[in-house]
Design a protein around this ligand. Structure first.
Ligand SMILES: *[C@@H]1O[C@H](CO)[C@@H](O)[C@H](O)[C@H]1NC(C)=O
Length: 227
């Protein structure tokens, strides 16, 4: 996003008071306004760091596409989103309409395919109401997550292909030297399939207050004890 546009959206946030502000080490935290209108997964805030925060998601269910091999995150997100949009509109085995939620997440992994291509799994957060009996659909599969921790970095604007890597690197750097970095490293060795996730909270038709996040997921076997 161009700096002037960013400033404009910051000003807009201030004027409309839509956003909770909290200052930490020069980083502003946006609370996605979409989550006041549509359901988002709830989490506990475990720690606020300089440029990142640590969240605990107790249990979430996601409806996911098959891996989409592409050189563009933006293109892969669009094609994944279209499948998921059909799904919530009723293109599923129960012909059931499902409420829109946020965020849509993209799990990114290096691919064995063509040079520079990555593999993207695009997922829709299944509302609590539909979690017990999530309608199946051809080409999609449900992911049920148990308790998971996420190191999170936020950024605004429309996600560009260059953002994911840059923002993930910034998150990685901000975590260096912390115990969270060690937890993430351990989890990555155990499961190298998706080094990070891009979470997007807004539809393409919203121009203001756009919130995106990089998530690096990790597990902690001894849970609360080590916090
Ligand atoms: C997650 O689980 C813990 C332990 O059972 C509980 O204290 C907490 O309120 C739960 N958090 C959410 C967001 O549901």
């Amino acid at each position: 996003m161009a700096p002037s546009l960013f400033k404009l959206s910051v000003l807009f946030n201030l004027l409309t008071n839509f956003t909770n502000w909290s200052q930490n080490g020069g980083n502003v935290e946006f609370s996605p306004t979409s989550c006041t209108r549509i359901e988002c997964p709830s989490y506990d805030l475990v720690h606020v760091g300089n440029g990142f925060e640590i969240r605990r998601y107790n249990s979430t269910v996601w409806m996911s596409t098959s891996p989409i091999v592409d050189i563009s995150l933006v293109d892969a997100t669009r094609s994944g989103f279209l499948q998921l949009f059909d799904y919530i509109q009723g293109k599923n085995k129960y012909a059931k309409k499902i409420e829109m939620t946020a965020p849509v997440i993209v799990q990114i992994a290096p691919s064995d395919g063509p040079v520079c291509a990555s593999s993207f799994i695009v997922s829709f957060y299944v509302p609590k109401e539909n979690q017990a009996d999530t309608p199946p659909a051809q080409g999609l599969h449900a992911q049920k997550w148990g308790t998971k921790y996420a190191a999170v970095r936020q950024f605004s604007g429309f996600v560009k292909d260059s953002d994911a890597g840059e923002q993930a690197l910034a998150l990685h750097d901000s975590l260096l030297g912390s115990k969270w970095s060690d937890f993430i490293e351990k989890s990555r060795v155990a499961d190298p399939t998706s080094p990070y996730i891009v979470a997007q909270y807004n539809s393409p038709f919203e121009f203001e207050n756009r919130v995106n996040e990089i998530w690096m997921m990790f597990d902690m076997e001894d849970g609360y004890a080590s916090l």
